[in-house]
Design a protein around this ligand. Structure first.
Ligand SMILES: [Zn+2]
Length: 231
Protein backbone atom coordinates (compact mmCIF):
# COMPACT_ATOMS: atom_id res chain seq x y z
CA UNK A 1 0.00 0.00 0.00
CA UNK A 2 1.40 3.35 -1.01
CA UNK A 3 1.58 6.53 0.98
CA UNK A 4 -1.35 8.86 0.33
CA UNK A 5 -1.03 12.57 1.04
CA UNK A 6 -4.06 14.86 1.05
CA UNK A 7 -3.66 18.63 1.07
CA UNK A 8 -6.27 20.25 3.30
CA UNK A 9 -5.34 23.80 2.32
CA UNK A 10 -2.68 26.12 3.80
CA UNK A 11 -0.06 24.00 5.66
CA UNK A 12 -2.50 21.30 6.71
CA UNK A 13 -2.10 17.71 5.50
CA UNK A 14 -3.55 14.29 6.07
CA UNK A 15 -1.24 11.36 5.51
CA UNK A 16 -2.38 7.76 5.17
CA UNK A 17 0.61 5.52 5.79
CA UNK A 18 1.41 2.15 4.22
CA UNK A 19 0.59 0.59 7.61
CA UNK A 20 -2.88 2.11 7.57
CA UNK A 21 -2.22 4.90 10.04
CA UNK A 22 -3.86 8.28 9.54
CA UNK A 23 -1.67 11.22 10.48
CA UNK A 24 -2.59 14.89 10.49
CA UNK A 25 0.14 17.52 10.23
CA UNK A 26 -0.84 21.03 11.39
CA UNK A 27 -4.60 20.36 11.27
CA UNK A 28 -5.93 23.87 10.69
CA UNK A 29 -9.37 22.89 9.43
CA UNK A 30 -12.44 24.65 10.88
CA UNK A 31 -10.97 28.14 10.39
CA UNK A 32 -9.17 27.36 7.13
CA UNK A 33 -10.84 29.03 4.14
CA UNK A 34 -9.37 26.43 1.72
CA UNK A 35 -10.36 23.28 3.61
CA UNK A 36 -13.27 21.53 1.87
CA UNK A 37 -16.39 21.14 4.04
CA UNK A 38 -16.04 17.34 3.85
CA UNK A 39 -12.61 17.57 5.51
CA UNK A 40 -13.46 19.93 8.36
CA UNK A 41 -14.21 17.14 10.86
CA UNK A 42 -11.80 14.16 10.83
CA UNK A 43 -13.55 10.81 11.27
CA UNK A 44 -10.45 9.02 12.48
CA UNK A 45 -6.91 9.94 13.41
CA UNK A 46 -3.98 7.93 14.77
CA UNK A 47 -1.50 10.75 15.25
CA UNK A 48 -1.30 14.56 15.10
CA UNK A 49 2.01 16.36 14.58
CA UNK A 50 2.21 20.14 15.09
CA UNK A 51 5.20 22.16 13.82
CA UNK A 52 4.76 25.32 15.90
CA UNK A 53 2.35 27.28 18.03
CA UNK A 54 0.70 29.67 15.59
CA UNK A 55 -3.04 29.37 15.22
CA UNK A 56 -2.87 28.45 11.54
CA UNK A 57 -0.88 25.34 12.54
CA UNK A 58 -2.22 24.31 15.96
CA UNK A 59 -5.63 24.76 14.39
CA UNK A 60 -8.09 22.10 15.56
CA UNK A 61 -5.53 19.93 17.34
CA UNK A 62 -7.18 20.11 20.77
CA UNK A 63 -10.69 19.46 19.43
CA UNK A 64 -9.58 16.49 17.29
CA UNK A 65 -7.64 15.01 20.21
CA UNK A 66 -10.62 15.42 22.52
CA UNK A 67 -12.96 13.82 19.99
CA UNK A 68 -10.76 10.94 18.82
CA UNK A 69 -8.16 10.50 21.60
CA UNK A 70 -5.18 10.41 19.22
CA UNK A 71 -1.64 11.12 20.43
CA UNK A 72 -0.17 14.56 19.71
CA UNK A 73 3.53 15.14 19.03
CA UNK A 74 4.96 18.64 19.30
CA UNK A 75 8.10 20.39 20.53
CA UNK A 76 8.29 20.21 24.31
CA UNK A 77 7.11 23.71 25.23
CA UNK A 78 4.27 23.68 22.71
CA UNK A 79 3.27 20.19 23.85
CA UNK A 80 3.20 21.54 27.41
CA UNK A 81 0.87 24.34 26.33
CA UNK A 82 -1.37 21.82 24.57
CA UNK A 83 -1.45 19.72 27.75
CA UNK A 84 -2.49 22.75 29.78
CA UNK A 85 -5.23 23.40 27.26
CA UNK A 86 -6.92 20.03 27.10
CA UNK A 87 -4.63 17.48 25.43
CA UNK A 88 -3.96 14.47 27.67
CA UNK A 89 -0.68 14.53 29.60
CA UNK A 90 1.89 12.46 27.69
CA UNK A 91 4.48 12.19 30.48
CA UNK A 92 6.92 13.81 27.99
CA UNK A 93 6.74 10.76 25.70
CA UNK A 94 5.46 12.83 22.77
CA UNK A 95 7.39 16.01 23.61
CA UNK A 96 10.74 15.88 21.82
CA UNK A 97 12.92 18.80 20.86
CA UNK A 98 14.97 19.49 17.76
CA UNK A 99 17.13 16.53 16.77
CA UNK A 100 15.01 14.16 18.81
CA UNK A 101 12.96 11.29 17.41
CA UNK A 102 9.90 9.64 18.92
CA UNK A 103 8.16 6.54 17.57
CA UNK A 104 4.39 6.61 17.75
CA UNK A 105 2.05 4.07 16.16
CA UNK A 106 4.96 2.66 14.13
CA UNK A 107 5.85 6.07 12.69
CA UNK A 108 9.09 7.87 13.55
CA UNK A 109 8.75 11.61 14.13
CA UNK A 110 11.93 13.72 14.17
CA UNK A 111 11.92 17.44 14.90
CA UNK A 112 14.31 19.59 12.89
CA UNK A 113 15.26 23.24 12.93
CA UNK A 114 13.13 25.91 11.27
CA UNK A 115 13.61 29.67 11.10
CA UNK A 116 10.38 31.34 12.07
CA UNK A 117 8.65 32.45 15.29
CA UNK A 118 6.30 30.62 17.61
CA UNK A 119 3.75 31.56 20.22
CA UNK A 120 0.56 29.82 21.24
CA UNK A 121 -2.83 31.10 20.02
CA UNK A 122 -3.31 32.84 23.40
CA UNK A 123 0.08 34.56 23.04
CA UNK A 124 1.94 32.44 25.57
CA UNK A 125 5.41 31.01 24.99
CA UNK A 126 5.40 27.97 22.72
CA UNK A 127 9.09 27.15 22.38
CA UNK A 128 10.67 27.29 18.94
CA UNK A 129 9.24 26.50 15.53
CA UNK A 130 10.22 23.16 14.03
CA UNK A 131 10.27 21.15 10.88
CA UNK A 132 9.36 17.46 10.97
CA UNK A 133 10.71 14.34 9.30
CA UNK A 134 8.20 11.50 9.28
CA UNK A 135 9.53 8.02 8.58
CA UNK A 136 6.71 5.63 7.79
CA UNK A 137 6.53 1.88 8.41
CA UNK A 138 8.19 1.02 5.07
CA UNK A 139 11.02 3.56 5.47
CA UNK A 140 9.43 6.22 3.25
CA UNK A 141 10.37 9.67 4.54
CA UNK A 142 8.62 13.00 4.24
CA UNK A 143 10.14 16.28 5.38
CA UNK A 144 7.67 19.00 6.37
CA UNK A 145 9.80 22.10 6.78
CA UNK A 146 7.09 23.97 8.68
CA UNK A 147 7.06 27.74 8.33
CA UNK A 148 10.58 28.86 7.56
CA UNK A 149 12.90 30.69 5.26
CA UNK A 150 15.60 28.71 3.47
CA UNK A 151 18.66 28.00 5.62
CA UNK A 152 21.95 26.30 4.86
CA UNK A 153 21.48 23.49 7.35
CA UNK A 154 18.74 22.07 5.14
CA UNK A 155 21.68 20.31 3.50
CA UNK A 156 22.21 18.47 6.81
CA UNK A 157 18.57 17.40 6.84
CA UNK A 158 19.07 16.06 3.31
CA UNK A 159 22.31 14.34 4.26
CA UNK A 160 21.06 12.74 7.47
CA UNK A 161 17.47 11.81 6.57
CA UNK A 162 17.40 11.67 2.74
CA UNK A 163 13.70 12.51 2.54
CA UNK A 164 11.78 11.11 -0.44
CA UNK A 165 9.60 14.19 -0.65
CA UNK A 166 9.73 17.68 0.86
CA UNK A 167 6.66 19.72 1.83
CA UNK A 168 7.75 23.36 1.69
CA UNK A 169 5.97 26.68 2.11
CA UNK A 170 6.02 28.83 -1.02
CA UNK A 171 3.50 31.56 -0.21
CA UNK A 172 6.03 34.30 0.64
CA UNK A 173 5.38 37.09 3.19
CA UNK A 174 5.32 34.93 6.38
CA UNK A 175 7.56 32.20 4.96
CA UNK A 176 9.85 31.65 2.03
CA UNK A 177 8.53 32.08 -1.46
CA UNK A 178 9.41 30.08 -4.59
CA UNK A 179 12.86 31.64 -5.03
CA UNK A 180 14.06 30.43 -1.61
CA UNK A 181 12.11 27.17 -1.91
CA UNK A 182 13.99 26.35 -5.12
CA UNK A 183 17.30 26.70 -3.23
CA UNK A 184 15.87 24.66 -0.35
CA UNK A 185 15.15 21.84 -2.79
CA UNK A 186 18.72 22.00 -4.06
CA UNK A 187 20.09 21.84 -0.49
CA UNK A 188 17.78 18.97 0.44
CA UNK A 189 18.45 17.02 -2.75
CA UNK A 190 14.90 15.72 -2.89
CA UNK A 191 13.34 14.54 -6.16
CA UNK A 192 9.81 15.65 -5.30
CA UNK A 193 8.15 18.62 -3.60
CA UNK A 194 4.65 19.36 -2.40
CA UNK A 195 4.20 23.13 -1.95
CA UNK A 196 2.17 24.49 0.95
CA UNK A 197 1.29 27.71 2.79
CA UNK A 198 0.14 29.47 -0.39
CA UNK A 199 -3.15 30.65 -1.85
CA UNK A 200 -4.88 30.84 1.54
CA UNK A 201 -4.95 34.62 1.83
CA UNK A 202 -4.15 37.38 -0.72
CA UNK A 203 -0.78 38.06 0.98
CA UNK A 204 0.47 34.55 0.13
CA UNK A 205 1.34 35.07 -3.51
CA UNK A 206 3.81 32.29 -4.39
CA UNK A 207 2.63 29.68 -6.88
CA UNK A 208 3.62 26.11 -7.78
CA UNK A 209 4.21 27.18 -11.39
CA UNK A 210 6.79 29.70 -10.28
CA UNK A 211 8.54 27.00 -8.25
CA UNK A 212 8.45 24.65 -11.27
CA UNK A 213 10.09 27.34 -13.37
CA UNK A 214 12.84 27.89 -10.77
CA UNK A 215 13.40 24.20 -9.92
CA UNK A 216 12.85 22.39 -13.24
CA UNK A 217 14.70 19.27 -12.12
CA UNK A 218 12.29 18.63 -9.22
CA UNK A 219 8.84 17.13 -9.62
CA UNK A 220 6.48 19.67 -8.05
CA UNK A 221 3.22 17.97 -7.07
CA UNK A 222 0.49 20.47 -6.35
CA UNK A 223 -2.81 18.86 -5.41
CA UNK A 224 -5.95 20.95 -5.00
CA UNK A 225 -7.32 21.31 -1.44
CA UNK A 226 -9.01 18.02 -0.64
CA UNK A 227 -7.13 16.16 -3.38
CA UNK A 228 -5.10 13.07 -2.52
CA UNK A 229 -1.83 12.16 -4.22
CA UNK A 230 -0.07 8.80 -4.07
CA UNK A 231 3.61 9.08 -3.25
ZN1 LIG B 1 1.85 29.61 9.11
Amino acid sequence: MATALTWLGHASFRLDSPGGKRIYVDPFLSGNPRTPESEKTPERCDLIVVTHGHGDHVGDTIAIHNELGCPVVAQVELRGWLTRNGVADDGQAHSPNKGGTVAVEGVKVTLTDANHSSSAPDGSYAGEPCGVVLELEDGFKLYFSGDTNVFGDMSLIGRIYSPDVAVLPIGDHYTMGPQEAAVALELLGVPRCVPSHYGTFPLLTGTPDELRRLAPEVEVLAPEPGETIEL
